[in-house]
Design a binder for this molecule. Sequence first.
Ligand code: SAH
Length: 363
Amino acid sequence: MNDVMDKKKNTETADLRSMTGSELSDFFADLGEPAFRAKQVFSWIHEKGAFSWEEMTNLSKNLREKLKREAPLNDVRVERMQESRIDGTRKYLFALSDGNLIESVLMRYRFGNSVCVSSQAGCRMGCRFCASTVNGVARDLTAGEMLAQVYAIERELGKGERVSHVVVMGSGEPMENYDAVIRFFRLLADEKGKHLSFRNMTVSTCGIVPGIRRLAGEGIPVNLALSLHAPNDEIRKTLMPIARKYGMDEVLAACGDYFAATGRRLTWEYALVRGINDSPEHARELAERIRAYNGVVNLIPVNPVTESGLKEPSGESVRRFQEALKENGAEATIRRTLGRDIDGACGQLRKRVMQGEKPIGDL
Ligand code: SAH
């Protein structure tokens, strides 16, 4: 709460989309407004997904004018949108009020619509295969900016269609922006807002152990996905700098404790890179490391990013890897690659636009 209020003092504008119901009550009490004002505004922002004060027709014109100046809501706007002709995946590039660019993705599954949200503009984790990290991190996003990605995308869906699942798997390392991410989850779950179940929310981390442990004590049963990408520390260190700080044993133990605390089945993300981590021997080693945990491996043929020089394995070796995992007692699914005809992977569209190139499949 304090960071939201401080922001208000420093910049003279208030970040109302990041506020909880009770923070909004304090805000409107300070303005001398009646208590129901906060409830009306909370519902406009979180239930109806309003992006302008003009829409809020049950507020007086004077108040709307004042809020428009002092608490702008149009802080996130669609800069570009690409839609896959193959599977209807939509990739959004949003511009923030300070000019930073972020990406979000809408994925359409049989079970519902899932939005992949960015938690930072850029990323400083330096994973070799990832486009989000090429230019480092610009800044953390606020909870409101994360919510705005979900609300803006839901607004563009057809009538009656809703966003049912949210995954924090876009650009950024969520554990580096911990408080805002938790605030985002709690606001999404608020029964006066979108009222999404924590079970339909997922956070993905490169393996920041203190963050995983803190999340386990948060009392919110969101799903945890761990970006593993290697069967041992030696290979992991060549792909992910964070592996030099937290070893696999320590990371896996933290995930095991997360399962014990929440009962949520773990997901191990594993990007298969040709010649680096994709042999049946690697699969056996991986299976041995994770067999004791209640989790499922999500295999993703690496989406080649120009600078990295890393290549995806053949479909045949992906299947062989999955088989070898199964034979050794570890369950694995192969991620359906969505949005291959657009810049589907993390940070690709943002990077391309920042470098002045024309994105693939631009509308
Ligand atoms: N920083 C968090 C959130 C990013 S989630 C994390 O590391 O988990 C995005 C997922 O996509 C991560 O598992 C990431 O490792 C993976 N990823 C990034 N670039 C990729 C690429 N080019 N191909 C396949 N997977 C990629």
